[in-house]
Design a protein around this ligand. Structure first.
Ligand code: GLU
Length: 464
């Protein structure tokens, strides 16, 4: 049975690179009917926080990358927070000392190592001294491991100095805790960012010292920004929270993260439908550039092709998250509005902007509309004629609306563009909306006429 883990350090939001790592681990566990677990690596006491832990877990939940074992759900191999496992690390470090594979290094106040010992120092209560436990690196030989993506990796042991495994505050270092935990939690595969490649030989040395078998490793190339440096805030938003708050759909974000390295025959797909196809050997060993435009395009594809109920649900969740309200409308109307509006936009944020005038009367007329259409002398006649014609329609169908609006252009001997834009802006405040006839149909006869009247009043006040 395969067991994979995602082991975030709760020192910040969930970076999209971390989310992609979690996704690949999750996909492999799911594909093989194995287990996926979360372990919180909070040994950096200065930078770790419970708030970040919660944010990271919420981001993973939002994406739908759920876990079988973890700090919140428990499991047979807990605790799943490293800060709650200090005794375990101490015990294993002391075992190495007793086998002379590690030693106590004693430091004075100037941070100089003054003594090495296999006996636990008894004077550590003395403020003038502190001690750590250091792992003894063999002075010769090589350390190897097979990376799924990079093949055989080989490191000269003499490149490494003895390194700290337990710090003076009693906390383990990353390289030590990760080995003890991956072993005790029976992790079979470790997929993680390439930035950890240089840590892996140290970890292998620890596995060897304990005579433990190491998991299978795969180091994934980092996600880069346009300038080919690791994707960071300098390039734009990088956290899952950022994309969530900017109206991206979870399935689209997962889809994009998946194709940042993994290729399936198609570009737009639902990750949950392709689990069985996931194959780590198809992951590219080249670094990939994060393309915000491409992500937005993929988001648009999902926005338009997902079942409307799904979009409705995510839109409502999004509005709640960013504390935006929508007027109380009935569900059928709400669905009709998003059905026509989603054709024009790529994100839920844009969906909110474009659908706003379908829900609220207090929209503001775009400057461009006012200057290019509303203030033109013929605007008044166009709007008055529109009111007259729309008023006369009994059966407010798409065909009737179209026929009557076209008639205005004909009768006034004006271009349809001019007529339609004048009406569009009067009813919705904007020059870009879903198709004019369907927009008017969805909004309804009464509201449309009300708005045309209101715009005429606005126009006459504007002139004064
Ligand atoms: N806590 C480490 C990190 O966030 C985990 C690395 C690993 O997967 O071993 O980078």
């Amino acid at each position: 049975m395969v067991r994979l883990r995602f082991a975030p350090s709760p020192t910040g939001y969930l970076h999209v690179g971390g989310a992609r790592t979690a996704l690949f681990n999750w996909l492999y566990a799911k594909k093989n009917n194995g287990k996926f677990l979360i372990r919180i690596e909070d040994t950096d006491t200065e930078r770790s926080s419970k708030d970040f832990e919660e944010i990271i877990l919420n981001s993973l939940k939002w994406l739908g990358l759920l876990w079988d074992e973890g700090p919140d759900v428990g499991g047979d191999f807990g605790p799943y927070r490293q800060s709650e496992r200090l005794e375990i690390y101490r015990k294993y470090a002391e075992k190495l000392v007793s086998e002379k594979k590690a030693y106590y290094a004693i430091y004075n106040n100037n941070n100089e190592e003054i003594e090495k010992s296999f006996e636990k120092p008894s004077n550590f209560k003395n403020k003038d001294y502190s001690f750590v436990i250091k792992f003894i690196v063999p002075k010769e030989g090589k350390t190897y491991f097979d990376d799924l993506l990079k093949g055989k990796m080989e490191f000269e042991n003499k490149l490494f100095d003895d390194f700290i495994i337990i710090k003076s505050n009693g906390y383990p270092t990353y390289n030590f805790a990760v080995v003890v935990d991956d072993h005790l939690m029976k992790i079979t595969h470790v997929f993680r960012g390439e930035d950890h490649l240089s840590n892996t030989p140290k970890q292998i040395l620890i596995y060897d010292a304990f005579k433990w078998e190491s998991p299978i490793f795969m180091h994934i190339p980092l996600i880069l920004g346009e300038d080919k440096t690791p994707l960071s805030k300098r390039h734009g938003g990088t956290s899952v929270t950022y994309f969530q708050e900017n109206g991206f759909l979870k399935d689209a974000l997962l889809n994009y993260l998946a194709i940042l390295g993994w290729s399936v025959e198609k570009e737009v797909f639902n990750v949950f439908d392709e689990i069985k196809k996931f194959d780590p050997s198809k992951i590219s060993n080249k670094s990939v550039v994060f393309d915000y435009k491409k992500l937005e395009w993929i988001n648009g594809q999902h926005l338009r092709t997902s079942p409307i109920e799904k979009i409705e649900k995510e839109f409502l969740e999004y509005l709640k998250l960013v504390k935006l309200k929508i007027a109380n409308v009935n569900r059928a109307y709400f669905q009709e509005v998003i059905t026509i509006c989603r054709e024009k936009v790529n994100t839920l944020k844009q969906l909110y902007d474009i659908s706003y005038p379908f829900f609220f009367d207090d929209f503001i007329y775009e400057e461009d509309y006012i200057k290019k259409f509303l203030l033109k002398p013929e605007a008044e006649t166009i709007l008055k004629t529109a009111i007259e014609k729309l008023n006369k329609i009994n059966n407010f169908t798409l065909e009737e609306i179209e026929k009557n609006l076209r008639l205005i252009a004909e009768e006034l001997n004006l271009g349809t563009k001019k007529v339609f834009q004048t009406i569009r802006g009067a009813v919705f405040g904007k020059l870009v909306t879903p198709g004019l006839f369907e927009s008017i149909k969805v909004l309804g006869k009464q509201k449309t006429i009300e708005r045309l009247n209101k715009t005429l009043i606005f126009r006459s006040n504007y002139e004064k």
